[in-house]
Design a protein around this ligand. Structure first.
Ligand code: XMP
Length: 485
């Protein structure tokens, strides 16, 4: 009974145990396509998801990741209201057509207009009288109005340029340019304001052609929620989140499965569940109706779960086991944790993942909420596990073991990672490495890589040979940091 446990024991592999075989190719790295799926209905042009950790994803990270083609998942180590505010901030950061247009009337005082501008962070308003568009008022008009107590009617532009609601973006762009205006109100047949297009939003849209956007042109964003927190999930959906990501250390749990069924019925946006690391867990989760799976028990750079609890599956094996189970149902797989280099992303996708989730690699960027610090003359940013003492004390108590009021069994550590510059630069390097890997394998698409990437198992000497050796590195390239241990 005990001996048998080891006679048929499987070997589990992680990133450093394998390499991809180079194959005959007709694909150049610049030709490859890296679009993929995060969940049943969420497509991305870049297969990167930022982790819901309090030193990784808040508004700035979610905006940056979505602009460059991935999607950010806002962490939940805060109140529902705080998380909702972040989701709204991401959704409001860009849009092609603003639908809930703030308007003022000709009789509104300029004092009131200034205060609305400040409170709502807007730079102008269509002016309506009895629902009909009669003018437009921008910051510039206010600048010349002086401080005297005037009303909108005295300073607004009266010959306002507007367009019909069904105008396409190219035509709107042309009207904005021809009239040298910043804002174009959209009106229905009765001249009622039903939308607004701004020059700023059009320029931003053109600057980020790969951005992950919804049908209204707004950036997409996900929100993490606890496995039993249906209320939080519903609030996030109401606030505009495009995806709910269940955030639990062990999703293969009877209570979690029951709760997922309820949650699936209670929200209409995509629901990704995890974390898991086995095929059986994938099957059970899929049967609850979830739209994506998050894989990884203990591979993360800040995780101590495997050491503290003795539990886990090396990540390449976990990814391939889950992906195999998920493939018959076409459920996308997110490989979460343990990614240190771009080569790990290529391996994760070839093992069966559709996208990867990053913590450490993004925690060092300018857009992460972590604290900047200088250690021995070098810039770092704070990074901590969500199961670390610090993270548990400031919020989350249900992901990892909080036992009693002030007793914790931590499953993560707190530390710092090297500063890496902007998200844009990090993603450029990571995606460059991915495209290069796809070129070696001869994979034109991520799906090609998933289906045809072949692995070779390596030894510890093979790993040593893989890294630079027999040289003192004097110049650190941006995609290979000497700091790595
Ligand atoms: P990387 O390697 O990208 O991993 O830094 C990020 C992922 O690690 C998970 N995570 C934790 N796992 N204890 C754990 O065992 C923790 O305290 C912890 N915090 C985060 C999480 O899945 C994240 O995306």
């Amino acid at each position: 009974m005990f001996k048998d446990k080891f006679t048929s024991i499987r070997e589990g592999y992680t990133f450093d145990d394998v390499l991809l075989l180079p194959a005959k190719t007709s694909v150049e790295p610049k030709e490859v396509e890296i679009f993929s799926k995060v969940s049943r209905n969420i497509n991305v042009r870049v297969p990167i998801v930022s982790s819901p950790m309090d030193t990784v994803t808040e508004a700035d990270m979610a905006i940056a990741i979505a602009r460059y083609g991935g999607i950010g998942i806002v962490h939940r180590n805060m109140t529902v209201n705080e998380q909702a505010r972040i989701v709204v901030k991401v959704k409001r950061s860009e849009s092609t057509i603003i639908r809930n247009v703030l308007t003022v009337s000709p009789e509104t005082s300029l004092v009131e207009v200034r205060s609305i501008m400040k409170a709502k962070n807007v730079s102008g308003f269509p002016v309506v009288s009895g629902e009909k568009l009669v003018g437009i008022l921008t910051k510039r008009d206010l600048e010349f109005a002086g401080k005297s107590s005037k009303v909108v009617n005295e300073v607004m532009v009266k010959d306002v340029v507007s367009a019909p609601d069904n105008i396409n973006i190219e035509d709107a762009r042309e009207i904005l340019y021809r009239n040298r205006i910043e804002k174009l109100p959209l009106v229905d047949k009765g001249n009622r304001v039903v939308g607004l297009i701004t020059a700023k939003d059009i320029v931003t849209r053109e600057k980020f052609p790969d951005a992950t956007r919804d049908s209204k042109g707004q950036l997409m964003v996900g929100a993490a929620v606890g496995p039993f927190d249906i209320e939080r999930a519903q609030t996030m959906e109401k606030m505009g989140a495009d995806l709910i990501v269940i955030d639990t250390a062990h999703a293969h749990n009877e209570n979690v499965l029951n709760s997922l069924k309820k949650m699936r019925k209670g929200i209409s946006i995509d629901l990704v569940a995890g974390n898991i690391a086995t095929a059986k867990a994938a099957e059970d989760l899929i049967s609850t109706g979830v739209d994506g799976l998050r894989v990884g028990i203990g591979p993360g750079s800040i995780c101590t779960t495997r050491i503290i609890a003795g539990i886990g599956v090396p990540q390449i094996t976990a990814i391939s086991d889950v992906a195999e189970a998920a493939s018959s149902e076409n459920i996308p797989v997110i490989a979460d944790g343990g990614i240190r280099y771009s080569g790990d992303i290529v391996k994760a996708l070839a093992a069966g993942a559709n996208v990867v989730m990053l913590g450490s690699l993004l925690a060092g960027t300018e857009e992460s909420p972590g604290v900047e610090m200088i250690i021995n003359g070098r810039k770092y940013k704070s990074y901590r596990g969500m199961g670390s003492i610090g993270a548990i004390q400031t919020g989350i108590s249900d992901r990892y073991g909080k036992i009693g009021a002030n007793k914790f069994v931590a499953e993560g550590v707190e530390g710092a990672v090297p500063y890496r510059g902007k998200v844009e630069e990090v993603l450029f390097q990571l995606m460059g490495g991915l495209k290069s890997g796809m070129g070696y394998v001869g994979a034109r698409t991520v799906q090609d890589l998933r289906e045809n990437g072949e692995f070779v198992k390596i030894t510890s000497s093979g790993l040593r040979e893989s890294h630079p050796h027999d040289i003192r590195i004097m110049m650190e390239p941006p995609n290979y940091q000497i700091y790595q241990t």
